[in-house]
Every structure is written in structure tokens, then in C-alpha cells.
Design a protein around this ligand. Sequence first.
Ligand code: NAD
Ligand code: USQ
Length: 401
Amino acid sequence: MKVMILGGDGFCGWPTALHLSAHGHDVLIVDNLSRRNIDNELEAGSLTPIRPMGTRLKAWQEASGRTMRFERLDVAQNYHRLLTLLLEERPDAIVHFAEQRAAPYSMKSSAHKRYTVDNNVSATHNVLAAIVESGLDVHLAHLGTMGVYGYGTAGMKIPEGYLPVEVTTDDGDKVRQEILYPANPGSIYHMTKTLDQLLFAYYAKNDRLRITDLHQGIVWGTHTQETSSDERLINRFDYDGDYGTVLNRFLMQAAVGYPLTVHGTGGQTRAFIHIQDTVRCIHLALENPPEHGERVRILNQMTETHRVRDLAGIVARIAGAEVAYVDNPRNEDAENDLHVKNDRFLDLGLKPTTLEDGLLEEVTDVARKYADRADRDKIPATSTWTRRQKPGVPTPAATPR
Ligand code: NAD
Ligand code: USQ
């Protein structure tokens, strides 16, 4: 299969490109390197020393004997180059990761809100419009988020995209139908993913595009089978207050002796998936595309749920770290339960990698290895959701509880 990977220089996109190439697919990476530029803006960087794209591709060729190509292109801005590329390459599938993905970054200022909306919504719409204009039969697989649902449960497991409802007609008859699960985003970033959903629903209905939307939980870990085969292929490891996600942050904080920054009470429950399962799920989704005329196929790409304070407890236990309960910079429920269906990937054969101590230690080892690259000043989460919230900065009084 020929696969175009939009956002293929990023944390999920790079290991996915390697995984698909290792399995014999012809991979073309498209990326505008905006994530590397955001590192410059934030004066932060990956804990792991990620290499420039040219070095990455050369290393992969040497390690595997396989070739991948790279096209630098802004999917949100350069519509005509995107269309031309599609017509030249005629891919069977496109995997779309090319969005600004950090909730805290999207909440930093009105400029960051506007960038995130413009970039994410335009990127998604450009891809859809270009597929239609090209006349090609391309399966589009998009990385969405569990956050489109919000993190509550109405006494039921969150279904995979669609909610069965029964309505009473004016004649008193009962009619059953399935609707998109009500969107309930918790940040500007998450809101862009709910807007993406409507774009997909429209294009699947009007143009019979084949679209899979993968509602992914928080990705943790850093290595996959392929990224660990050569140090030059190493994946990025974000730990800063904007891009670092909770479990990887805790593992890194433990490795550098920084108190684990639990926001608020740590009662927030979220869905998680290991990076190795991310790449497997995308491969499975590409091998099982929807039919023409089928509604958007939505799969929940997560393997387990955990409460933030429990994660901090596990990391503190295995790594001997202290836990700091800090002000929550976000506007989110202090406590929530979360139950999620993920039957579709399990039915396709996914064997989940669960959060075991061994794996946690593996990530801590990566963090320890590169600890001298850490900038402790970049660890606190300083982006606040409203003026009411305060930055999540540990104070001596907050450590430990
Ligand atoms: P990332 O920021 O590491 O990678 C995104 C890549 O897309 C970057 O390399 C960036 O340069 C590129 N990009 C952004 N806008 C672009 C544009 N307009 N044109 C071309 N390239 C562009 O993010 P990630 O963690 O790899 O996430 C990838 C996708 O998966 C995102 O859409 C994100 O919403 C989703 N996701 C990520 C997680 C997670 O925990 N990391 C969880 C759920 C969903
Ligand atoms: N949190 C802490 N301490 C920290 C960092 C985070 O307690 O140091 C808390 C947050 O307040 C939040 C939870 O941990 O309650 C998760 O935060 P996160 O930064 O790990 O994840 P989030 O902002 O939701 O975003 C990440 C990815 C995003 C993806 C999303 C999947 O950055 O791209 O869409 O996970 S999900 O959360 O399932 O919507």
C-alpha cells in the first residue's frame, strides 16, 4: 500500500511511518516541521535527541534497507501543493496527524487559540477537499482524541463514536437512531477535534469518502520496535509544561528528581495507550478500511483508564519520587470516572500493552539516560485556562502531601 503520512515527523507520526515501512508499505512523510519550530518558540525541546529528517531517513535506510521519502509542506496553507502531490503520488491511504496537538499550548493566548483553530481545521478541510478534487479513491485515517467525548460517563461505557437514541415523533411513535456522541471539548485544541468530526461526517455523506477517525487516549512511552533499532531513529519525548503529557512527565520528573506535578486532587481519570499500540492500531485501521457510502468509522484507540493520582502513586513507588499536589492550571472536573468501549480494535486482533512496572521502568531509563538534557524551568505547566486558574508550580508547601 502507498501511504502518505501527514505529520510524520511527530511523536506518533514518526514511529508510525517506520512501522508501516517495516511492514513493506511505501511511505511518504509530509510535515511542515512546525512542531520543531514551536520548540524554538517555547525554548523547550525533546528530552531525547531527535535527529533532523534527513538523518532519520538515512538511518532508516541503513538499518532496514528500506526507503521513505519526505516532502516539507504546510497542509493547512499550501492547498495546491497538497493537491498536486496527491495527483503525482496517488496514495492508497493517508494518515492525518498534522495538527497542533497540545491543549495547554492552545490555551496560552488568543494568538495560540487562533493558530490552533486555523491550523487544525484548515489542515483537515484541505485534505478532504483535495481528496475530492483529485478524484482518487483514498482511505483517510485521522487521529482524533478521546477528549471529543469529554471525560464523563452517563452510567455507561463511552461508545465508539455513535450514541443510540430513541426519540418520540409527533405521532407518538418511537424512532431509534444513532447520533454522533455529544461533543464536550475541554480545551481549544480538543474543540478543533470536534470540528474535524463534523467535516468528516459531511464528506463521508456527500462525497462518499472512506474515513476512519481514531479517538485516541493519552499516548505514553517513547520506543517502538523500530525506533529502538538505531539511536538516530529515536522518537521525541516531550516533558515541558505545554507538550509533555501526564504519564511521560511523571516518569521524566521521577528520573530527574523533580516532585510529580499532580494537578488539583489528581482525581481526573483519563484513557491511555502505549506508543507501540498506537502504531499497531493505525496499521490495523489501514488494513480494515470502511466501504464507500459507509458513515465515518470511529474507533476508540485506547487500552486502559487510570486516575492521575494513582499514576503518580505508581511512579512514586517504582522510582522513589515525591508527589506535589499543585494548583490545577486547567478548567476541568476535579474528579471523574471514565469507562470506554474499545471492542473494535480488540476484535481486529489488538493485544494491548498494559501499564506494567517493567515498561514504566523502561521509560524512566530513557528519561535517566537523557536527564542532562532536561531544563527544569520548563517543567511547570504555566498555561492557564482562565484568569481564575493559577499555574501548576510546585511550592515547598505543596510537597509532599
Ligand atoms: P506532534 O506535535 O508530535 O506531531 C504532529 C506533527 O504534525 C508535527 O511533526 C508537526 O510539525 C506536524 N504538523 C502540524 N501542523 C501541520 C501542518 N499544518 N502541515 C504539516 N504538518 C503539520 O503530535 P503527536 O503527539 O504526534 O500527535 C499526532 C496526532 O495524534 C495529533 O493530531 C494529535 O491530536 C493526536 N493525538 C495525540 C495524542 C498524544 O498523546 N500524543 C493522543 C491522542 C491523539
Ligand atoms: N496533568 C497533571 N499533571 C501534569 C500534567 C497533566 O495532573 O503534570 C493532568 C491534566 O490536568 C489532565 C490530565 O493530567 O487532567 C491529562 O493531561 P495531559 O496533558 O496528559 O493530556 P491532554 O491535555 O488531555 O492531551 C493529551 C494529548 C492530546 C490528546 C489527549 C488525549 O496532548 O493530543 O488528544 O491527550 S485525551 O486526554 O484522551 O483527550
